[in-house]
Structures are given as C-alpha cells and as structure tokens.
Ligand binder design. Structure first.
Ligand code: SF4
Length: 238
C-alpha cells in the first residue's frame, strides 16, 4: 500500500523533534543498549506502569547486572524485589527462566535474531522488535497499541482486525514510518510512545495541543479550530 511520502516524513520529523524537547528521555532503560538491561526493562514494562518500573529497575540491575548473576539469586528474593510491579510470582518465575535459557543456550548474551528471540520465555513479537532495534541496531517498528492508535488516527486507516498488530496494512504503514537510521528510529519510537500516553490518549485525545494536529486525519475529520503549522509545545514542558 502507498502512503503519502511527504506526510510520512513530516510526521517523523515532528515526532522526533517533540520527543527531543518533551519526551521522557531520562528513563534509565532508555539510556542503555545492553541486551540484558533492555530485556529486563521490556519484560517489566508489560502490564504495569512506567512509574512502577522506575521503582525497581535500577535496584534490580544493581543486584543482577547479568543473567549469570540472577541465577545465583533465589526466586523468593527476586519476587520480593519486583513486588511493586504486581503479578510478582509469574514475573519472577519468568525472568529467572529467561536468565537460565540465556546462560545455557547463549552464554548470557542476547541473540540478534527474531526467530531465536521468540524462543525465549516471555518474548513475543513486540519485545523481539525492541531488542532488535535497540540492542542489535536493526530497524524495526515497535508496533504496540500506542503506535497503532496514533498511526491509525494520523493516517486515517482503520484495521478491520481484532488484532491490528497483525494487520498487513498497519504493519506496512508502521514499517514505512520508522527512520532508516537506528538511533533516529529509536527516538521516533519512544516519541510515538510518549505522544500516545501524554497527548493522543485513547479517550479524549488532546488534539488542540498536539504537534501533528495539522497533518492528522482524525483531527481534520473532527473539525475544531484552525490548525497553525507551528503548534506550541508549551503544555508538555515539565
Ligand atoms: S491530532 Fe489528535 S488524534 Fe491526531 S495524533 Fe494528535 S492527539 Fe492524536
């Protein structure tokens, strides 16, 4: 499927600029490219909030800086540490199992192959994509519900599928959006994530203060006040 190239490039540019100015760039797991540290973060971030993960992530890596070090700990100890995340029994079991497989099959290193990554406990398509992008330097779209929502709204596509992550149209659009440079692709992906959480929320998106509102199909359809080309980003300063 063909998408307007100029719009794609404008969207990318604005998301990256917005992220550089107002994104959550200080989150500790966004500053590392270490395979274990990235895997730990994306595993923890499932079904919990950024705030909860921030409470345990640093201490977890201080105690267990590698899969080898985690294998020396008891599951009880791990469970106690990650309790703030919720579902600590299942999470502790899974992360210990993840460490065990990494050590036994890969000598503690994180593999750079989607197929192999998906054989690891708890690793699906999204986590594999994030590891490939951030650890292995392979450009992959991080297609989660946040990215799906923003992309559908901005480009006026609507997946007919109950699972839009597997929709070839959404996948194709998401892939065409990601910049070719891995570092830029990472900023863009984090930018879409932050934009979805802070501005393009599932209910009541804050279109009047959105940096892409004048190129957004959803915003154009829902009308509203005239949309200047250089929107103020003040509301996101903190
Ligand atoms: S203009 Fe509105 S719908 Fe479009 S991306 Fe921004 S917040 Fe979302």
């Amino acid at each position: 499927m063909f998408f307007d190239r100029a719009k794609v490039e404008e969207f990318r540019r604005r998301v990256v600029e917005w992220y550089e100015a107002y994104g959550n760039r200080d989150l500790p797991w966004r500053k590392t490219r270490d395979g274990w540290a990235v895997l730990v973060a994306v595993s923890m971030l499932r079904q919990t909030t950024v705030k909860q993960v921030a409470k345990v992530y640093g201490e977890f890596l201080r105690r267990y800086p590698s899969p080898h070090s985690l294998l020396k700990a008891s599951e009880d100890e791990v469970r106690e540490l990650i309790r703030p995340l919720g579902m600590e029994h299942r999470r502790a079991r899974q992360i210990v199992e993840l460490a065990r497989v990494l050590v036994q099959r890969f000598g503690g290193r994180v593999p750079c192959s989607r197929e192999v990554l998906k054989e690891l406990p708890g690793v699906g398509d999204y986590i594999a994509s994030e590891v490939l992008l951030r650890v292995c330097g392979q450009v992959e779209p991080l297609l989660d519900r946040n990215m799906v929502r923003v992309v559908e709204r901005v480009f006026g596509v609507r997946s007919a599928r109950s699972n839009p992550y597997r929709d070839p149209v959404v996948q194709s659009l998401a892939r065409s959006l990601v910049p070719e440079d891995p570092e830029l692709a990472e900023k863009f992906s984090f930018g879409v994530f932050d934009l979805a959480r802070k501005v393009c929320t599932a209910r009541k998106p804050k279109c009047s203060t959105c940096p892409v509102r004048d190129i957004c199909s959803y915003s154009a359809r829902s009308g509203g006040s005239p949309l200047p080309r250089a929107p103020s980003l003040e509301p996101y300063m903190r």
